[in-house]
Write a protein of this length. Sequence first.
Lengths: 436, 276
Amino acid sequence: MKHILGAVCGASVLLAVPAMAETTLTIATVNNGDMIRMQGLTSEFTKANPDISVKWVTLEENVLRQRVTTDIATKGGQFDVLTIGTYEVPIWAKKGWLLPLANLGADYDVADLLPKIKDAVSADGKLYAAPFYGESSMVMYRTDLFDKAGLKMPEKPTWDFVIDAAKKITDKNGGVYGICLRGKAGWGENMAFLSAMANSYGARWFDEKWEPQFNTPEWKTTLTTYVNLMKDAGPPGASSNGFNENLALFDAGKCGMWIDATVAASFVTNPKDSKVADKVGFALAPNTGLGKNANWLWAWNLAIPAGSKKTEAAEKFIAWATSKDYTKLVASKEGWANVPPGTRTSLYTNPEYLKAAPFAKMTLASIDAADPNKPTVKPVPYVGVQYAAIPEFQGIGTQVGQQFSAALAGSMTVDAALAAAQSATEREMKRAGYIK
Amino acid sequence: MARKSTTQRVVVSTIGAWFFGFLIFFPILWMVLASFKTELEAFAIPPSFLFFHWTTENYATVQERSDYLLHAMNSIIIAGGSTLIALVIAVPAAWSMAFSPTKRTKDILLWMLSTKMMPPVGVLVPIYLIYKAFGLLDSRIGLVFILCLGNLPIVIWMLFTYFKEIPRDILEAARMDGATIGRELIYVLTPMAIPGLASTLLLNLILAWNEAFWTLNLSTSNAAPLTTFIASYSSPEGLFWAKLSAASTLAIAPILVLGWFSQKQLVRGLTFGAVK
């Protein structure tokens, strides 16, 4: 009986502890290396803020997007901090779904944020999300294969050079393919790459009056070049390759070049995972001399939904996770190469970081080369480099991505894919009231 | 005329059965193997089947990063609770439709099934709003309720099919002996329907265990079951296959063991009424 009484008393003490004035933050985030690291370091935050505890909800990015959108649209109030992309920030800010971040603290140093990234997470001059890490895309190439073929990669390569080099490096019998590019359908998959590539060829998603532009010669050149290049120098089954598949191919030494997210640089140069870690060079994404490179701009950001009732604690957490001190904390625990990149100017002047991350200079140059407010050669009515920041884009982008993936797989001609993309986009834009 | 059962025929059919069995089981085996590989080996092309550096590192990482026991406990409560409540509602419903049918019984059955014809996402926002209003978001009771409702049509249909197989004469005999409806249900019908009840229970337990739409959308952290646990290891940007495989293996392990030990009832349930 004594034991039972003791157990009951013990249990009630345990149950009573969380009842003390403690704020529990529920944070929704995506599953990638930098976010997982942040979760691991949460105890440092709670140690400094004993009145706040943190609960994590980690989900795959598309699942998270659906989950968080449902909650925020219904003002469900299930989350206090959200991890959202640059695509969502301007749309959600406009709808009043996000709270502006006005109290990040005196030592937060907003001016230190990279200007392009800061622009991407601001609306009407207010910061609606704090960037956690930023990325662009660039060319990662095998220096040994280039040397063997007698090629020298320029810092700002043209598409002509990249295509020529890819063909020269390709050794299909030896299992080496000149270039690996995304082919898997999806607005954040093949369309991220193809929209950025199209920008460099002078194409655009919509003209100033929101008319879809897939019937223009610029898009035809883009898609034809892409499909032919992948046929000549790409790996088999490329239409189902996304970031992970290409990363695995590159790490295994099967790609001569890979144009993808700058965050991949830390993976391919990590000897623990990559067989070619010491043979990788970096260059800006290719151009055609029209003034735009084929690189995108993206950042994962922390924001507070309008439904949250714990805004003070939430803002405290965001300020901590996106601060300069957090970068130093990661560096002290896991090394400078593992700090979240692409958000602060000071990181790119830090000699220790520059020494640990050979790709740092090119990452910054790539981010600087992308302009979400002027993404294309011709003027456009939308914001966003590899996407148009309108709510309809997710659906349209994925539909178009399916047509282009089919063209890559050979089940559709380039002309047919472009025609299907044009009619699908026109239909959706009419339905949404952008055009008549 | 009975077919000749020659040794040769037995050998061929056994090998064939094992081959197809292995083929169907292969994805699960591959997942388990991947969970013991390093991330690089899990992605390696060409893949290695058995000769790789075996490691339990992924299991350690998964245990460290997530609260497996909390998720597993939530899964047990949600799947078990929703199945039991569904049975409590479905047994009298199926009984009345099987033994006292009216001319509208068939329509009612079809109507019940028709609720499964709309994709769940179609009612996500209304359900979310209702759950928000009643404070049921991220609660186990909320998930028990929605999974119970979702599976109820299938439970009723399955039980209805089993009950229809039971001869009415036996029930009439019980009534002649003065059994009340309650006694008839408990002492006569239930023992005869136990195989059917068991297979319905198991099948629904598996369906509820694996349900990933409502459990992902209506839970955040407190009530999150193993489906959320798996989803947290999937990533389009970063190598997480080995960890994802370890998480999936841990998530399916309990239900796989349960399924293994109850396969006799399951097979009986699934083939019931197929041969008369």
